[in-house]
Design a protein around this ligand. Structure first.
Ligand SMILES: [Fe+2]
Length: 400
């Protein structure tokens, strides 16, 4: 980790027209802060490419062209790849921008998030993206891109490049495959790239559970969080707080993360929609209810969700779609939290186990799926979208 940090440079754009740049392996968009007024544009190359600039403008004729400083960072563990990042700030909410990298030859687009829900906002939450066969990853990704989501939030296990053995290096090639497929699949016909947010799963951190951020050098490079601890909240003006939590991989759900979560949620009382995304489910449908990690989520996150009235928690890791009844203190309560998700994006689904003891489940399906979430000022709704484009479950809550 220290070596990769030492290899970071912050450069201001100096036009070098004589250079012929190679196309990046992948371009992706994410957020480190306000999704309404910022965008982190990132790209991966196999060569250093210091001096390659990024220009951007509002997507309308004669809009002024702006440039942004680019930070370049070598991949961890001595791999010969480079991550380049430009943090665009002071953007206008709800606006489409064009951007281009020097020498790329074509533009891409992105849209900032709106400052209000004057129109419905639809985005996708999913997880367990590429555990086995990249064709499964592509198949579901194609369905996701067809929905034109405003962004995608991934609840862990992206490239699955990290081993259970905390001393083993990561499989860098799996990250390269992941990002190149993501870049290809997650853009619309006119080159609009869909931003991606992510929280880590066990396959993203060397050692899987009970580790530190230093054990996830790739994940933390690709998806930095302000506190560098693997968890964060993104606030979309006054209509959405999205909690990206770490279910015990590089930060424990006990102690500091739990205190932080309670503190942040306690300030979100007036936020219209309060959603959380994390990897290990509190309420599994296939894996053991009594596993250490699920128990830890129920003991730490769930009471905080209950106290501060989280609306929905999006869970993963279980590889089977499920939706619980609304629950408070582990009992059905019409005003409680709904736990939803679990279906794998890109791996073989599991069958349910011990259903008779899982009285918290309202529905389940053993299928690859993602959650299509739509927010309005009066309602939040979720559709479970399968890899082949079917809606297998729908659920909505009124805003109260
Ligand atoms: Fe997992």
């Amino acid at each position: 980790m220290k070596r990769s940090l030492l290899a970071c440079f912050l450069l201001f754009f100096i036009p070098l027209p004589a250079i012929e740049w190679l196309s990046p392996i992948a371009i992706y968009l994410t957020w480190e802060s306000d999704p309404c007024t910022t965008m982190s544009v990132r790209w991966i190359t196999e060569e250093l490419q210091i001096g390659r600039g990024l220009s951007y403008q509002v997507d309308r004729p004669n809009a002024p062209v702006l440039t942004a400083p680019v930070a370049t960072c070598r991949f961890p563990e001595d791999h010969h790849y480079y991550l380049h990042a430009a943090q665009l700030t002071d953007l206008t909410p709800g606006t489409t921008y064009r951007f281009t990298l020097d020498g790329l030859g074509h533009d891409h687009r992105f849209s900032t998030m709106p400052s209000s829900l004057s129109a419905p906002l639809t985005f996708v939450i999913g997880g367990d993206v590429n555990l086995s066969d990249v064709r499964l990853f592509d198949e579901t990704s194609q369905q996701v891109a067809r929905q034109h989501p405003a962004f995608v939030a991934i609840g862990g296990d992206l490239a699955c490049a990290a081993s259970k053995n905390p001393t083993k290096s990561e499989h860098c090639s799996q990250w390269i495959t992941w990002f190149s497929h993501w870049y290809t699949m997650m853009q619309t016909e006119n080159g609009t790239i869909i931003p991606v947010l992510a929280t880590a799963g066990n396959h993203d951190v060397k050692g899987a559970f009970g580790q530190t951020p230093e054990q996830a050098p790739f994940f933390t490079l690709f998806f930095p969080t302000p506190m560098k601890k693997g968890y964060a909240v993104l606030r979309f003006d006054t209509y959405l707080s999205l909690y990206l939590l770490d279910s015990g991989h590089m930060s424990s759900p006990y102690g500091e993360q739990a205190r932080w979560l309670a503190h942040e949620l306690s300030h979100d009382e007036k936020m219209l929609h309060r959603l959380a995304v994390y990897h290990v489910p509190a309420y599994p449908a296939a894996r053991s209810y009594r596993s250490n990690c699920s128990t830890a989520i129920r003991q730490n996150f769930v009471p905080i969700f209950d106290t501060f009235h989280l609306h929905m928690a999006f869970e993963n890791h279980d590889h089977i779609y499920k939706r619980t009844y609304p629950m408070t203190a582990h009992h059905v309560d019409p005003h409680g939290v709904v736990y939803i998700g679990n279906g794998p994006w890109g791996t073989i689904p599991r069958s349910p186990k011990n259903l008779s003891s899982r009285n918290y489940l309202e529905t389940w399906r053993s299928v690859r799926q993602v959650c299509l979430v739509t927010l309005t000022p009066t309602q939040r709704s979720v559709q479970a979208l399968t890899y082949d484009g079917l809606i297998i479950d729908q659920y909505s809550q009124p805003v109260q």
